[in-house]
Structures are given as C-alpha cells and as structure tokens.
Design a protein around this ligand. Sequence first.
Ligand code: NAP
Length: 480
Amino acid sequence: MPQVVIVGAGFGGIAAAIELRRHGLADVAILDKAPDLGGTWLHNTYPGAACDVPSHFYSYSFAQRRDWERLCPTQPDILHYLHEVAREQGVDRLVETGTHVTACRWDDAARRWTLSTSRGERTADAVILATGQLHQPAAPRLRGTFEGHAFHSAGWDHDYDLRGRRVAVIGTGASAVQFLPAVAEEAAHVTVFQRTGNWFLPRRNRPYPRPYRKLIERVPAVQRARRRFWFWFLECLTYVIRHPRTAGRVVGAWSAWYMRHQLRDHPELRERIWPDYTFGCKRILFSSYYLPTLARPDVELVTERIERLAPTGVVTADGRLHEVDCLIYGTGFRTTEFMFPMEVTGAGGRSLREAWRDGAHAHLGIGIPGFPSLYVLYGPNTNTSGGSIITYLEAQAGYVRQAIELERALGAALAVKPEVEAASDRAVQARFEGTAWTACNSWYRDDSGRIVTNWPGYMREYIAETRRVDPADFEPVDPR
Ligand code: NAP
C-alpha cells in the first residue's frame, strides 16, 4: 500500500484524500500549517466573504446539498460544508494541523519522498501538493512606515473595532469589493485606493424566499436541473472571455450599462472607476453593492498613485497625505508562486525553482518531468475565470489517484515525460491567443508576462483531458 502525503487541507487536499480512500488507497495523511482544515476559506474571514460561484458548483459533485440559503454561499457556509463533508467521508481525522511543510526531497536510492516539516521529518511514496494559488497574501512594498493599525484581507483582525475609525483600503479586487460595503457601514470614513478599475455585473445574493427553499429541498430534480443550468452558464462565461470581439462585446456592453446605471448620479466618479482594459481580461466582479458604496459621502475614491506610507497615513503622488487610523490591504495573493517558498527537489537533486525558472508549467497542471510520484493540485494553468475550481480539483483528484494506481501496478515511481509536458504546455499557451486574458496585465501572469495560473478553455475540456491517465505519458525516472 503506497503511503501518500497530501500537503494542504483545503478543498483540493480533502478531495484527493476522499478519492484515494474510496479506491482503497487508505494510507493517507494531510498536513496543513493552519490550526484547522479549510484552506483559503479558513483564512479569509473578512466581512462579506463569499463565493461568486453558485453553491451547486462550489461544492463537490458527490456531496450535493439542497439546503443552501442563497445562490452563492458565504464563507461560514462554505467552511461548515467542507468540515461536514470531511467528517462524513472520514478524512477529517487524517488532517495533521499545525504542520508546516518546508521542503520535499526525492531520495533517488530509497525511491521515496522525505518531507521536512515544523514537526520533524516524514517520508512518503507519493506526495500531493494541494497548497493552491490563493494562500500567500501579497502586500505591496511601499516606502515609509505607517504607525496605525494594518492588516491584510486574508488575515482580518476581528478584534479591531472599525467603528468611528478613518480607514484606508488599498486594492479594489474581488476581496475588497466584498468587504468595502461592510467596512463603510462601520467606519467614520473610508479612503479607497484604486490602481485599476474593474468590470462589474450584478450580484445581490439575497437569501432564497422560503417557498423556493422548500421546493429545492423537497424536489431533488429541481436542484439537479439547476446544477445543469449553472454548468452551462459558467461555460458561457468562459466563452465570453474566449471571444472578446463578439460575445465579450455583448456582455461587456451589459456590464457598462449596469455600471452607468449604478452611478447614474455620479458622472465624475464613474469616469474614475472605468476600466481601461478589455472586458473579461481581469476577473469580472459580481457586486450590486460596491459601486453605490463608493458614492457614499463618507467614502472617497483615490486614483492617484500611492507614493509612500507616512506614520499617520498614505501619501499619494500629488503630495497629499490621506490621514487614517487603519490600513486594510486588499492586495491579493502571490498567485504565481504556487507552493514556494517550499523547497522541492526531484530526481538527481533537480530543484523545482530551477525547473520553473522561466515560469511554472506542468502537464495538466499536475505532473512535472523529473519529479516522480509528485502531483500538484490547482497547479499551473488550472485556475478558472468562468467555471468552478471545485470541478477542476475533483478532476485532478481522479487523475492523481489513477496515476498512483498505475505506479502501484508497475511497481515503479513515475513522472510525466518531458516531451509530453512540453507539448501540453505549448498547446495550453497557444489556446490563450485571441482571448480576453491576453489583453491586459493581471495576477494570471508571472513577471515575464506568461499566463501561468489560468486554464484557457472550458471545464468540460479539462474534465475530458484528465478523465484517463495514459500510461504512455509517464516514464520511470532515471536520477542521472
Ligand atoms: P486581487 O484580485 O489580486 O486584487 C488585488 C487588488 O489590489 C487589485 O485591485 C490590485 O490592483 C491592487 N493592488 C495590488 N498591488 C497594489 C499596489 N502595489 N498598489 C495599489 N494597488 C495594488 O486580490 P483579491 O481581491 O484578494 O482576489 C484574489 C482572487 O481571489 C480573486 O481573483 C478570486 O479568484 C478570489 N476571490 C474570489 C472571491 C469571490 O468569489 N467573490 C472573493 C475574493 C477573492 P490592480 O488591479 O491594478 O493589480
């Protein structure tokens, strides 16, 4: 029985553990540095935290629920759901919390992995890195020191009372758009620092009316039909991003109409929030509350570049000091670093950092040549702007389980062939051509400009490509 260690107890790690155990691969441990399972949904507890993907897809296909209160689940609902599924499937007890993995080294002689963790060394026949793309908060390197209170949206300080405070929010991405309306309700004044405007579509996400909830709960076919509907809705969103000159124009015009409508009495503000890039290039933001919040008299939008921090606030390029008591970073994550700074060393002492010197790439985002029995979940080019990441993670879990079974059947440690990985990487990169993703700079790109986080196609294509492991794609690894 192969011993499998999974790093990361978020949706990916939990999906992998369930998949392995269902197929009789029972020797599984899940290591996570956090005090509990949940991954990004454990850490991101900011007010208003929720998902944009309907619950039918922001949940595992094998653990559907009919008691969601609203279309897009909130952070507490999602975390509760993940705990519940992990418990039901018996994988919650496999999670070893407070265990920070700092290095994974392949031992050529023993043909096994050694993991260095904050709780000592571990060995494993196979390692699944399920650390995700959204786990390392990014804070801008700004000159100067702010002497007030500061925190990142991924580490919300719930003990800090915002009531009566002057608050600065840096960043206007998906997180800030969700927490700003709640912060504005509490704070005395909010200054929002925007670097780039966004495209918006409506999202109220009110609780379902009671009769509708009852219908969903009592008639299973209703939920099944809704799940099918939302699958195709999400695929259409990807179509829109893939076709910026046709479908993108149409939906972009809807977004523009909606934004104009929301700020119909604020033409000057409208001008300053207007995005200067193709619709769909960055993440489309779904909120019916954010733009009206910007129009509040106690909220100021600043589009001037941030020059530096001062002890009492933020100084912009026009020399103005914006005095605040508290600074909230809504500046996102170091998405292109994947599992780094973890040190990963493959066959023959090959470093992953070196292998990914020119940008991260992996076969289907999962397999890396020269790194036997190592699998990545939510790896390079598997993020989605239109679909649900849970769908991708389930597909990956199935693929990894098959690969581990293949290794077991052959009695060999396998890695994907370099030529297979190179060909699939070329195909992925080529598929970005002509899409909205290529039309601006975003967190999907690394420093060289290569899009390394996103899958360029549809959910159904990824599902099809990962359905069966092709033994011909793999080879035993020669350490020389
Ligand atoms: P994000 O989308 O990367 O947004 C970061 C924001 O900070 C952007 O507005 C960015 O401006 C700004 N920023 C970064 N560095 C800056 C600097 N040095 N000076 C000024 N502004 C700076 O991060 P996020 O909002 O945390 O969201 C990350 C991802 O998490 C999302 O794309 C999504 O996939 C996921 N998420 C999803 C939901 C949801 O389902 N609703 C909610 C939250 C998060 P630029 O645009 O100019 O770079």
